[in-house]
Design a protein around this ligand. Structure first.
Ligand code: BES
Ligand code: MN
Ligand code: ZN
Length: 497
C-alpha cells in the first residue's frame, strides 16, 4: 500500500479532489462529519442518511456513485457511532470497514477523510498510525513459499489520508509506515518454515538489516560462545545439527555517552521440546518460537527506517531445541555465563536457558533498561489468552515506572500487555537440591516462575520481560504471525527519545 497525506482547504477542496473514492465519516442520529458536509454540495449525503440506508453505527457503510458536485467517482459513507464521543474502538471499526470496501473497488486510489483529531484521549498521529497499520495488515499475504503466488490484492493500492495540517503529520506518517514495515518483517520471519528460518537465516537477516540501515552487527559463533562460558545457551543448542548464532545489533541513534536500551529476543527457530518431547498435534506451530527474535529484528527495522535518536542494542540467542544423542537430558546440570548452575528438569523449558546467558551478556552495555521478549510459556495463554501479552518486572519504584511505560506504549498502539507479579515466594518454587536453580518450578503459575527464573540474571540493571506466547501468532484457519509486539516496543522506544 502506498500512503500519503494531504491537507484540503477552501482553495483545495475535498469535493474537487479527483480520486476513485473518498471515505468520510457519518454518525448516528444522521449527523455528518465535517468532511461529509464538505461533500454534501447538493444535499446527496443528507438525503442518503435520511433514506435510512446507513445507520451510522460503527463500521456501517454505504457506497454512493456519481455524487453531484463531487469530483471523486465514489463517496463511501462510514459509520462512526455517536458524534459526541468518538472512541478508539469506533474509529478502528470504521477504518476496517472502509478497507473492506476499498478492497472490492474497481479503482486503485482513494482518500480517507476521517476526523483524525477527534478520537477521545488520542491525537491525530494515533488515528494516522491506526489507519496505516490496519491497511498494511489487510494486504499482507502468506504466500512467500507457495509456487504460485496468490493474485495481487485487488482494489485500492494508494491511499491519501486527509489531514488538517499535513506538515506536522508527515513525521507521524513516516513513523507509522516504519512500524508497519517492521511488523511485516516480523511476520515474514515467523511464517517462514523452520527448515528455512534457521539460526543462520536469522543471522543473515540481521546482517542484511545492518547493511540497509547502518546498524553495527556482530554474530558470535559456537567457539566464541564457549569462550564466554555460555553453558546454558549451548546446552540447548547442542542437540541440533544447526549451528547456534548469537546476534548483536547496535543502532547508535543517540549521543555516544547515553546508556542504551537493550532488547533481547528468544530465537528458538524450532522447539520440539528436546528429550522432554512435545506431543505431535500442532507441533508445527513451534516454528513461531523465534517470534521474540523476530520482533526484535522487526523493531530494529522500524527504528532504522525512522532514524530514531536513541541508542538501542538488540540481542538474539538463536538455536533449535532438538532431541538427539547429544541433547541435554532431564537432570543435567549446566553452568550459565553468570556462574549460577542450573538443573535442567525439563528440556522443554529451554527459552529461559538461552535467555539467561543473553541477559548476562547484556550487562556489558551498562543498559538504561533491558527488555526481553519471548514466546516463553503455554501458561501465559491460559492466563491472558491471545489478546494480551504478559509483562513482568521487579516490584520497586524504578520497575513500576518501566512497567507503566511499556503498558502505556501497548495501549497507544492497541498492542496491549498486562502486568503479572513476580517475587520471592515464587522463587521458592525454583529451588533444586543439586544446583543453584531448577529450570522449572513446582506446579502453578508457570509463566511467573519462568519470569522469576530470568529475574535471577537481571539484578545488575532495570529489566522487564514480555511473554508473547499468546500474542505472537494466530492458530487455525487464519494461522500466521501477528507482528506483535513490534508496535509496543517501537512506541516504547519512540517515547524514550
Ligand atoms: N515455546 C514454549 C512455550 C509455548 C508453548 C508457547 C505453546 C506457545 C505455545 C516453551 O519453550 C515451553 O515449552 N514451555 C513449557 C514450559 C514448561 C516445561 C515449564 C510450557 O509452557 O509448557
Ligand atoms: Mn519449550
Ligand atoms: Zn520454547
Amino acid at each position: 500500500m502506498d500512503f500519503s497525506i494531504k491537507a484540503f482547504d477552501t482553495k483545495n477542496t475535498l469535493a474537487a479532489a479527483k480520486t476513485g473514492c473518498v471515505a468520510v465519516a457519518v454518525f448516528e442520529n444522521k449527523k455528518l462529519s465535517a468532511a461529509a458536509q464538505a461533500l454534501d454540495v447538493n444535499g446527496a449525503i443528507t438525503a442518503a442518511l435520511k433514506s435510512g440506508d446507513i445507520s451510522g453505527k460503527p463500521g456501517s457503510t454505504l457506497l454512493l456513485r456519481g455524487v453531484a458536485g463531487v469530483a471523486a467517482a465514489r463517496v463511501l459513507l462510514v459509520g462512526m457511532g455517536a458524534d459526541d464521543s468518538l472512541t478508539e474502538k469506533n474509529y478502528s471499526s470504521a477504518v476496517s470497514a472502509a478497507l473492506k470496501v476499498f478492497a472490492t473497488l474497481g479503482s486503485q486510489d482513494a482518500i480517507i477523510a476521517f476526523p483524525l483529531g477527534e478520537v477521545k484521549e488520542r491525537d491525530a498521529a494515533w488515528a494516522l498510525r491506526t489507519t496505516v497499520i490496519a491497511a498494511n495488515e489487510a494486504e499482507f499475504r502468506t504466500d512467500a513459499q507457495k509456487s504460485k503466488k496468490e493474485a495481487a490484492p485487488g482494489g485500492v493500492r494508494k491511499i491519501v489520508i486527509a489531514a488538517p495540517e499535513a506538515g506536522q503529520l508527515k513525521t507521524a506518517l513516516a513513523q507509522s509506515i516504519a512500524i508497519a514495515n517492521g511488523m511485516n518483517l516480523t511476520k515474514e520471519l515467523g511464517n517462514l518454515s523452520p527448515n528455512v528460518c534457521t539460526p543462520t537465516y536469522l543471522a543473515d537477516t540481521a546482517r542484511k538489516l545492518a547493511g540497509e540501515f547502518g546498524f553495527q552487527v556482530e554474530i558470535l559463533e559456537r567457539k566464541q560462545l564457549e569462550a564466554l562460558k555460555m553453558g546454558s545457551f549451548l546446552s540447548v543448542a547442542k542437540g541440533s545439527d544447526e549451528p547456534p548464532k548469537f546476534i548483536v545489533l547496535k543502532h547508535n541513534g543517540g549521543k555516544s555517552k547515553d546508556a542504551p536500551v537493550v532488547l533481547v529476543g528468544k530465537g528458538i527457530t524450532f522447539d520440539t521440546g528436546g528429550i522432554s518431547l512435545k506431543p505431535g498435534p500442532n507441533m508445527d506451530e513451534m516454528k513461531y518460537d523465534m517470534c521474540g527474535a523476530g520482533s526484535v529484528l522487526g523493531t530494529f527495522r522500524a527504528i532504522g527506517e525512522m532514524g530514531l535518536k536513541l541508542n538501542v542494542i538488540g540481542i538474539v540467542p538463536a538455536c533449535e531445541n532438538m532431541p538427539s544423542g547429544r541433547a541435554s537430558k532431564p537432570g543435567d546440570i549446566v553452568t550459565s555465563m553468570s556462574g549460577l548452575t542450573i538443573e535442567i528438569l525439563n528440556t522443554d523449558a529451554e527459552g529461559r536457558l538461552i535467555l539467561c546467558d543473553a541477559l548476562t551478556y547484556a550487562e556489558r552495555f551498562k543498559p538504561a533498561a533491558v527488555i526481553d521478549v519471548a514466546t516463553l510459556t503455554g501458561a501465559c495463554i491460559v492466563a491472558l489468552g491471545h489478546h494480551t501479552s504478559g509483562l513482568f518486572t521487579r516490584h520497586d519504584a524504578a520497575h513500576d515506572a518501566l512497567a507503566e511505560e511499556l503498558l502505556d506504549a501497548g495501549r497507544q498502539t492497541g498492542d496491549v500487555a498486562w502486568r503479572l507479579p513476580i517475587g520471592e515466594q515464587y522463587n521458592e518454587q525454583l529451588k533444586s537440591n543439586f544446583a543453584d536453580l531448577a529450570n522449572i518450578g513446582t506446579p502453578g503459575g508457570a509463566s511467573i516462575t519462568a519470569a522469576c527464573f530470568l529475574e535471577n540474571f537481571t539484578r545488575k540493571y532495570t529489566w522487564a520481560h514480555l511473554d508473547i506466547a499468546g500474542t505472537a501468532w494466530k492458530s487455525g484457519a487464519a494461522k500466521g504471525a501477528t507482528g506483535r509486539p513490534v508496535p509496543l516496543l517501537t512506541t516504547f522506544l519512540m517515547n524514550r527519545v
